[in-house]
Design a protein around this ligand. Structure first.
Ligand code: ARG
Length: 563
C-alpha cells in the first residue's frame, strides 16, 4: 500500500460531500520539514464549502478523522499533518521489496504494447559524435524504463547511410584512396577522404560533377558502386559496434535510411492524389504555413528524395510492422522542426496514429569545452572518451582496492558507468559539459559514487551470514532509517514520472538521493549490533541494494558487488 493511498483512505470518509478522491490526491503535499509530518493536506479549497476559516476547518476535520495507520494526525494552521507509524511502514516496504525484488516498482502501464525507439542512429563513414552518445544512452534507458512499465521496447538504429555525400566519398576513394589504409582504420580514413574531396573540389570543380553522377549510379544500384557503399557501411558498423559493446547495448534492427529507398514512392503518390503536395520550381513540397512551420520538401527538382521523405516512409513502416502504442525518436533538439513537419504531413494524410510519435529531444554536450566534431583537427572519438574513462577508473581502483577481482571488467563498468550516469543525471534538454576527471570520482554526484554505495552495502550484507527470515517483522523507527524508507517507498512514483516525462534524469537524481540517505544511515547507525532490530537493519541494507541495482539498471549502468 502506498503512503499516499493511506492518507487518501483516511481523508475520504470525512470529505465525501466536498471533493473527490482525485482532487484529494492532487492536493496532498510532502512537507519540507520533518516536524510537519510525512504528508500534509492543505484545506484552503474547503473554505467555500464549509464557510469557515481554514484553520478551523483543519481543527474540526482532525477531530472527525480516525485511523490506526498513523502515529498522529494534527492540525497546524490551515494544514492537516500526518505522521506515519514508522515501524508499520518500514515493515510493509521492506517486505514488499524483499519479496518482489527486481519486480519492485514495475507497473502495468503499457499492456505489452510495442514501442519502437529510434536511438543512436549515427551517420556512416563518420565517427560517432557526443550527440549520438546522448541519443544512445537516453534511448537505452528509456527502453529499460518502458520495459519495466510493461511495454515492449524495440531498439532501432536508423543509420544515416544514404545521401549525396556518398557520391563524393566514392569518387575520392576511387581517385586517390588506398584500400589497405582504409581497411586499417576505416572511419578515420573515410573522413580524411571526404575532407580531401572538399579541398580538391575547390580547385577542381569537375569533381563535384563526378560526385553527383556517382551518387546517381548508386541510386540506380550500379553493382560496383553499391559494393563500395556496402563496404563503407559494414566497416562503419564494425566500428560503431565496438562502442555499443563497451556500453553493453544491443539493437534489434539496423534499418538505416537506405532501407526505405523502395518505400517512399507510394507516399509521394498519395500526397499527389490527395492534393496535399504541390509543385514548386519542379520540386514537390507540402505547404505547412497553417501549422506555423516551414514547407516540407519531399522531392528535389532532380528527383532526389530527402531525409524527411525517408522519415515519412519510416513512420509508415513502423506503424505497419509493429502496430506501436508509442513510437519514440531520441534525437537532438536541433531537429525539432523536422519532427514537427514529419508529424504534420502524416496528419494531413489522415494518419491519427502520428500523435503517438514522440520526439524526445535533448540538449548539446561538450567535452572539456569542445564539441566532438567530425571536421578534421578537433575530432574527439567517442571510443577514446570511453577508453580514457576506463583508464581513469582503473587508476582509482588501484588506489582504493588493488586486490579487487576482475579488475579490467570492474574498471570498464565503473568508467563507462561514470560517463553514462553523468549524461543521464542532467535533465535531457539542458546543455552541459563534461570533464572526465570529475565524473570518474568515487565521491560527489557521480555514477561511481552510487556503485560504490552499492558495493559497500554488499559488504555489510556479506558479514551477516544467516538468511533473512521474511516471516519476521522488519520494524525500524529511527530518523536515519526513516529517510531511507521514505525514499524506497517512493520508487513507484519515480519510475512512473520518468516514464511520463521520458526523463531518465528523474531516476538518476533519485538514486543519488537514495545513496546519500543510505550513507548517512551507515555513518550514524551501527548495523552489526546484536539487538532485536539487527535483522530489520539487514533487511534495510538488502532492500537498498535491490532498489539501487534496479535504478542503475534502468539507466543502463551496472552495479558491482566489489570495487
Ligand atoms: N542520422 C541522424 C543524425 O545523425 C539522426 C537520425 C534520427 N532518426 C530519424 N528517424 N530521423 O542526425
Amino acid at each position: 500500500m502506498k503512503i499516499i493511498d493511506l492518507v487518501i483512505e483516511t481523508l475520504k470518509p470525512v470529505l465525501e460531500q466536498t471533493i473527490d478522491e482525485e482532487k484529494i490526491r492532487e492536493l496532498i503535499e510532502k512537507p519540507s520539514y520533518a516536524e510537519h509530518g510525512d504528508m500534509a493536506f492543505p484545506v484552503f479549497v474547503l473554505a467555500k464549502h464549509f464557510k469557515k476559516s481554514p484553520n478551523l476547518i483543519a481543527e474540526n476535520l482532525v477531530q472527525e478523522i480516525s485511523s490506526d495507520k498513523f502515529e498522529k494526525i494534527v492540525a497546524e494552521g490551515p494544514y492537516i499533518n500526518f505522521f506515519l507509524k514508522r515501524a508499520y511502514v518500514s515493515d510493509q516496504v521492506l517486505h514488499q521489496i524483499l519479496e518482489e525484488r527486481e519486480e519492485y516498482g514495475s507497473q502495468n502501464i503499457g499492456d505489452g504494447g510495442n514501442v519502437p525507439i529510434d536511438m543512436s542512429s549515427p551517420n556512416i563513414a563518420k565517427p560517432m559524435s557526443l550527440g549520438h552518445l546522448r541519443s544512445t544512452v537516453i534511448g537505452e534507458s528509456l527502453a529499460r524504463i518502458f520495459e519495466k512499465m510493461n511495454y515492449t521496447p524495440i531498439r532501432i538504429n536508423h543509420l544515416g547511410d544514404w545521401g549525396t555525400q556518398f557520391g563524393k566519398l566514392i569518387v575520392a576513394y576511387e581517385e586517390w584512396g588506398d584500400p589497405e589504409i582504409v581497411a586499417l582504420n576505416p572511419v578515420t580514413e573515410l573522413v580524411n577522404l571526404y575532407v580531401e574531396f572538399h579541398e580538391r573540389a575547390e580547385l577542381d570543380p569537375a569533381l563535384e560533377v563526378k560526385a553527383r553522377a556517382k551518387f546517381r549510379k548508386l541510386e540506380q544500384f550500379d553493382p560496383e558502386v553499391v559494393q563500395l557503399w556496402e563496404w563503407f557501411k559494414e566497416e562503419s558498423i564494425i566500428e560503431f559496434e565496438r562502442v555499443y559493446q563497451l556500453l553493453n547495448i544491443k539493437f534489434d534492427y539496423y534499418t538505416g535510411e537506405s532501407f526505405y529507398n523502395d518505400k517512399m514512392q507510394p507516399i509521394i503518390d498519395e500526397l499527389k492524389e490527395k492534393n496535399i503536395s504541390k509543385i514548386d520550381n519542379e520540386a514537390i513540397i507540402v505547404d505547412l504555413e497553417d501549422e506555423g512551420l516551414p514547407p516540407a520538401l519531399i522531392q528535389k527538382s532532380d528527383g532526389a528524395t530527402l531525409y524527411l521523405t525517408r522519415d515519412l516512409a519510416t513512420a509508415y513502416y513502423r506503424k505497419k510492422t509493429f502496430d506501436f502504442s508509442k513510437s519514440l525518436y531520441v534525437v537532438g533538439n536541433e531537429q525539432t522542426t523536422h519532427f514537427k513537419q514529419l508529424k504534420a504531413v502524416l496528419i494531413k494524410l489522415g494518419n491519427e496514429w502520428a500523435d503517438d510519435m514522440i520526439h524526445v529531444p535533448f540538449g548539446l554536450i561538450t567535452f572539456e569545452g569542445k564539441k566532438l566534431s567530425t571536421r578534421q583537427g578537433n575530432t574527439v572519438l567517442l571510443e577514446d572518451v570511453l577508453n580514457e574513462a576506463i583508464r581513469l577508473a582503473k587508476e582509482q581502483i588501484e588506489q582504493k582496492n588493488p586486490d579487487v577481482k576482475d579488475k579490467e571488467e570492474v574498471a570498464r563498468k565503473v568508467g563507462v558507468g561514470a560517463v553514462v550516469f553523468h549524461d543521464l543525471k542532467n535533465s535531457r534538454l539542458n546543455n552541459f559539459d563534461f570533464k572526465l576527471e570529475e565524473i570518474v570520482q568515487f565521491e560527489g554526484e557521480t555514477g561511481p559514487y552510487v556503485q560504490y554505495t552499492y558495493a559497500r552495502a554488499n559488504s555489510i550484507l556479506e558479514r551477516y551470514e544467516q538468511p533473512l527470515d521474511l516471516e519476521n517483522p522488519f520494524k525500524l523507527d529511527d530518523d536515519y532509517s526513516w529517510e531511507v524508507i521514505k525514499l524506497l517507498e517512493n520508487y513507484h512514483q519515480i519510475v512512473l514520472r520518468a516514464t511520463e516525462a521520458y526523463e531518465p534524469s528523474i531516476i538518476a537524481k533519485y538514486v543519488l538521493d537514495l545513496a546519500q540517505a543510505f550513507n548517512r544511515y551507515y555513518g550514524n547507525v551501527r548495523i552489526h549490533v546484536d539487538d532485536h532490530q539487527l535483522e530489520s537493519r539487514i533487511a534495510l541494507v538488502h532492500s537498498v541494494m535491490i532498489v539501487i541495482q534496479d535504478a542503475l539498471h534502468l539507466l543502463g549502468v551496472e552495479a558491482l558487488e566489489e570495487m
